[in-house]
Ligand binder design. Sequence first.
Ligand SMILES: NC(=O)c1ccc[n+]([C@@H]2O[C@H](COP(=O)([O-])OP(=O)(O)OC[C@H]3O[C@@H](n4cnc5c(N)ncnc54)[C@H](OP(=O)(O)O)[C@@H]3O)[C@@H](O)[C@H]2O)c1
Length: 196
Amino acid sequence: MTTQDKPGARAVKIPRPRIAVFAATSLDGHIARPDGGLDWLEAANARLPPGEDCGFRAFLDGADLLAMGRASFEAVLGLGRWPYEGKPVEVLSRQALVLPRALRESVSVVAGEPAELAARWAAQGLRRVYLDGGQTVQRFLAAGLVDEITLTIVPVLLGAGRPLFGALPRELALVPLETRSYGFGFVQLRYAVQPG
Ligand SMILES: NC(=O)c1ccc[n+]([C@@H]2O[C@H](COP(=O)([O-])OP(=O)(O)OC[C@H]3O[C@@H](n4cnc5c(N)ncnc54)[C@H](OP(=O)(O)O)[C@@H]3O)[C@@H](O)[C@H]2O)c1
């Protein structure tokens, strides 16, 4: 008999972590070229003043877990250096991925519907999850499971590419939290997603 089964016992709802997105897009809403290319973003980042990361490190440090789509993971592997040293990472995939040996301590591969994953994270006591990858973000948004979006807009129109946002079963209202305009042309918007 579980606590919930006992007569008069009330179910204890475990709060789920805050799920937050931090992504850079072109002005026309792409996170990558159609083939996944990020050269436009790397070129823009190369022009940033030394030490400027538009708040990325602080955002990463504030997350208990980075959950990323398989395509994003593969793109990061292609960089040849792992930027998330020390951070627990879950790669979302329905495939059996073979992880590089050096990452086997901190990276695991998981699959599930967004609600199942969020419930698992809640049960693990996580407080804040950084969610990454276009399709991945779209699925969590559609499930009403994204709480915060930080979008850094890079001044370029790609014309085609992989989108951060897609179809939704219902409209989501956003509460503006912060807007930053950088002298080098980036604009950063931070929103809370209004609970439905
Ligand atoms: N500009 C930026 O800030 C930024 C940020 C992130 C990524 N990117 C770029 O965006 C591209 C990747 O984004 P993307 O939209 O193509 O894909 P993605 O979201 O990174 O990955 C999609 C894959 O994730 C897996 N997946 C997602 N949700 C899942 C779930 N609930 N359960 C199991 N598996 C799940 C599936 O993998 P399987 O097919 O293996 O099952 C799916 O094919 C890369 O080029 C990356 O570099 C850019």
